[in-house]
Write a protein that binds this ligand. Structure first.
Ligand SMILES: [Cu+2]
Length: 273
């Protein structure tokens, strides 16, 4: 998907009301082998959820009853392992889904926070670096304050299959937001759900220029833990960031691993009055 569209696209599922009054959300996820463009003109033979890397951003509210219908139309066994609380048999580790197979994950969404999902088939390193992951947002029952909300998934692409990343991106295409800065308004409150699934490298990070953000680690509290301009995340870690720009102009954001920034993990916000 076009990374500009991906920023604000949230799959909230098909909603029904259960007899007990709970909201039920049903999602459809299909594992597919697909070529994805990791950088302009550079195609990567990916394993995907629903044809894109990252996969769709799934969103719900704490307490919702979730059903994720998973169909494996790929060439290898896969699963979906969600972060969060759920029973062992819904954990996507032991219930391997063979090509042509299907599985329905069912669990209540808890707790609220910023999460991710990914394939947990061995070797997990391969199933992750091939592209099987996405963001999973569980909103608090009382919504967070109104803001422009973006999802940013930090990843890498090992395009020559040597066990190291040739490109680093947010939302799947190297340097995308350098070529097409993200438009913002002065005074507009912004919230970013940030997820790190970079394979091969121990950490990744997000640095915001000329500003500071409120940091909510894992998004599981409504009280921020820090006011900072840089956050470092291990693979599988995620957080929520909130900030507002006060003056118009072009502002950079990037990984504060200079190497990652130079290999594609960089972007701009264009802030107008
Ligand atoms: Cu897999």
């Amino acid at each position: 998907m076009d990374p500009m569209k991906f920023l604000t696209t949230f799959d909230t599922g098909t909603v029904t009301r259960l007899p007990n009054g709970r909201t039920q959300r049903e999602y459809r996820i299909v594992a597919l082998d697909a070529e994805v463009e990791a950088a302009p003109g550079v195609w990567f033979p990916a394993w995907t959820y629903n044809g894109t890397v990252p996969g769709p951003t799934l969103r719900c509210t704490a307490g919702d009853s979730l059903k994720i219908h998973f169909f494996n139309e790929g060439s290898h066994p896969h699963t979906i392992h969600f972060h969060g609380i759920h029973p062992a048999n819904m954990d996507g580790v032991f219930e391997q889904v063979p090509p042509g197979g299907r599985f329905t994950y069912e669990f209540p969404a808890e707790p609220f926070g910023a999460f991710l999902y990914h394939c947990h088939t061995m070797p997990v390193k391969k199933h992750i670096h091939k592209g099987l992951y996405g963001a999973f947002i569980v909103d608090p029952p009382t919504p967070r304050p109104k803001a422009t909300e973006f999802v940013m998934v930090m990843n890498g692409f090992d395009t020559d299959l040597d066990g190291e990343n040739e490109f680093y991106t947010v939302n799947g295409v190297a340097n995308y937001y350098v070529e097409r800065p993200i438009p913002l308004k002065v005074g507009e409150p912004v919230r970013i759900y940030l997820v790190n699934v970079t394979e091969f490298d121990l950490i990744n990070s997000f640095h915001l220029h000329a500003n500071m953000f409120r940091l909510y680690r894992t998004g599981t509290s409504l009280t921020h833990s820090e006011l900072t301009d840089t956050v470092m995340l291990c693979q599988g870690e995620r957080c929520v960031l909130e900030f507002t720009y006060r003056t118009p102009g072009r502002y950079m954001f990037h990984a504060h691993q200079s190497e990652f920034a130079e290999l594609g993990w960089m972007g701009f916000f264009d802030v107008t009055a």
